[in-house]
Design a protein around this ligand. Structure first.
Ligand code: GLU
Length: 472
């Protein structure tokens, strides 16, 4: 494979998968079936905005349907195109397989700058786009289930669900047609933070593996580790806030749209986020040093670099200058194929997007199940568990003759609520997936990087499902 060509995003993802096909020695027919995008819908639709008719363009790509529904977010962005949506749909296929979420891969996009429109206009546009997707068979609880992505959130998901319900009043499972909804409309607790928290669970598990840590030239745990983050959106914000508050990591730089800020003694993420929301940028935050050229700060010396913004940020142009010991891909596709090659050659450990940011779709899976079950997790057993905890505490106290410390008693008698269960399920998922990837990395001598190992784990599972069912 030549590295002189400029690959498109979808080619870049396909090339990365190709490395794993080669390492596994997979039959080229099966590899071709896995790699190709099954279907892409492009829609154009008019909406009347402020007395004028505007035409919008949107896409929904279904990369795989070996498991249904096909799953993946919908982004609303001023730069989105078919190639990008196909690349992101492919990533969803591998992502779901890595974390054992029984879905195919899909992704959608609408070409729009949401900041240019009022809330009521966004509602009109979103509802109209949803009608197109539903009518053309690209949105339903059984076949294709969108979720939030860049430029979309709970609000858009609520409008999409309501539009689907209006078109399908008989579908008792209508709430499962999208995930990432507000909790009051069938959403699940912990979904908003899920991708960020999943990123933290991924890093914590990495730090539990001595051999992998040694290879990165790191030791200890996350406490005191120096972190640079690009993007303080939903993913970057939650990941760094948790890393700072729960793990004692030091966030030394934040890169945003308007530039970057650096403070070697550590930035208070909540305060930076508030400043960002209020002023629209990071410039002028406290005592920090501001750099207009944000991209150059990706090259800052640090332990962990977390790109959590756009795709294509680490390329052939800057990969040689990256000084981080680990690059933890919280965004989708932040490293190009060429950039990845360079980082691999230099021995920089890359924890790949298809694993690191899979927390979002994992909790989406929990939400989808909750919607089909029509019951909140923990509703049946919480008080029962509390009662058992009470009995246990009483038994312990009467056997030992001494009173349990309040903190121990409180922990023992507390029944798990939905958020506890979601976090526990997410933690377990990220740990098990990491273990499978690490095992693949160490057991296959043709594989020397986490990305190829992660793809190999995914591809084995997908190939098995193609071979078991057959191709008709
Ligand atoms: N948009 C998110 C992603 O890229 C979430 C997808 C989902 O929850 O279906 O993984």
């Amino acid at each position: 494979m030549s590295t002189t060509k400029q690959w498109s995003f979808s080619e870049s993802v396909a090339n990365m998968a190709e490395r794993a096909f080669d390492a596994l020695g997979l039959d080229s027919g099966v590899a071709g079936a896995i790699k190709s995008c099954d279907a892409v819908l492009q829609v154009r639709f008019p909406v009347e905005i402020r007395g004028k008719i505007e035409t919008f363009t949107g896409w929904r790509a279904v990369h795989s349907a070996h498991r249904l529904p096909s799953k993946g977010g919908i982004r609303f962005a001023p730069i989105v195109n078919q190639d990008e949506v196909e690349a992101l749909a492919a990533l969803m296929t591998y992502k779901c397989a890595i974390v054992d979420v029984p879905f195919g891969g899909s992704k959608g996009g609408l070409l729009i700058d949401p900041r240019q429109y009022e809330r009521s206009e966004m509602q009109l546009i979103t509802r109209r786009f949803t009608r197109e997707l539903v009518r053309k068979g690209f949105l339903s609880p059984a076949t294709n289930v969108p979720a939030p992505d860049m430029g979309t959130g709970e609000r858009e998901m609520a409008w999409m669900m309501d539009t689907y319900r209006t078109l399908n009043p008989e579908d008792i499972n209508h709430a499962a047609c999208v995930t990432g909804k507000p909790v009051a409309h069938g959403g699940i607790r912990g979904r908003v933070e899920a991708t960020g928290r999943g990123t933290v669970f991924a890093l914590r598990e990495f730090f539990r593996h001595r051999e992998d840590l040694d290879a990165a030239g790191l030791s200890g745990n996350l406490e005191g580790k120096r972190i640079v983050v690009q993007g303080l959106g939903n993913v970057g914000y939650h990941a760094t806030k948790i890393l700072q508050e729960e793990d004692g990591a030091i966030i030394i730089a934040v890169i945003e749209r308007d530039g970057a800020i650096i403070d070697e003694s550590g930035l208070d993420i909540q305060a930076v986020y508030t400043h960002l929301v209020e002023s629209g940028g990071v410039a002028g935050f406290g005592e920090s040093k501001y750099f207009e050229d944000g991209l150059s700060v990706l090259e800052l010396d640090c332990d962990i670099l977390i790109p959590a913004a756009l795709e294509g940020q680490i390329t052939a142009a800057n990969a040689a200058n990256i000084k981080a010991a680990i690059v933890c891909e919280a965004a989708n596709g932040p490293i190009t194929f060429e950039g990845d090659d360079i980082l691999n050659q230099r021995g920089v450990v890359v924890l790949p997007d298809a694993f690191v940011n899979a927390g979002g779709v994992t909790v989406s899976y929990f939400e989808w199940i909750r919607n089909l079950a029509h019951i909140r997790f923990g509703r049946m057993e919480r008080r029962y568990d509390e009662m058992r905890g009470q009995h246990m505490a009483q038994a312990l106290e009467s056997m030992t003759g001494s009173k349990l410390p309040d903190i121990v008693r409180d922990e023992l008698v507390r029944g798990a609520d939905e958020l506890d269960l979601v976090r526990s399920g997410l933690d377990d998922t990220m740990r098990l997936s990491y273990q499978q990837i690490s095992e693949e990395l160490h057991s296959n001598d043709k594989i020397s990087d986490f990305r190829t190992a992660a793809y190999a784990v995914a591809i084995k599972k997908i190939a098995r499902s193609y071979l078991d069912i057959g191709v008709y």
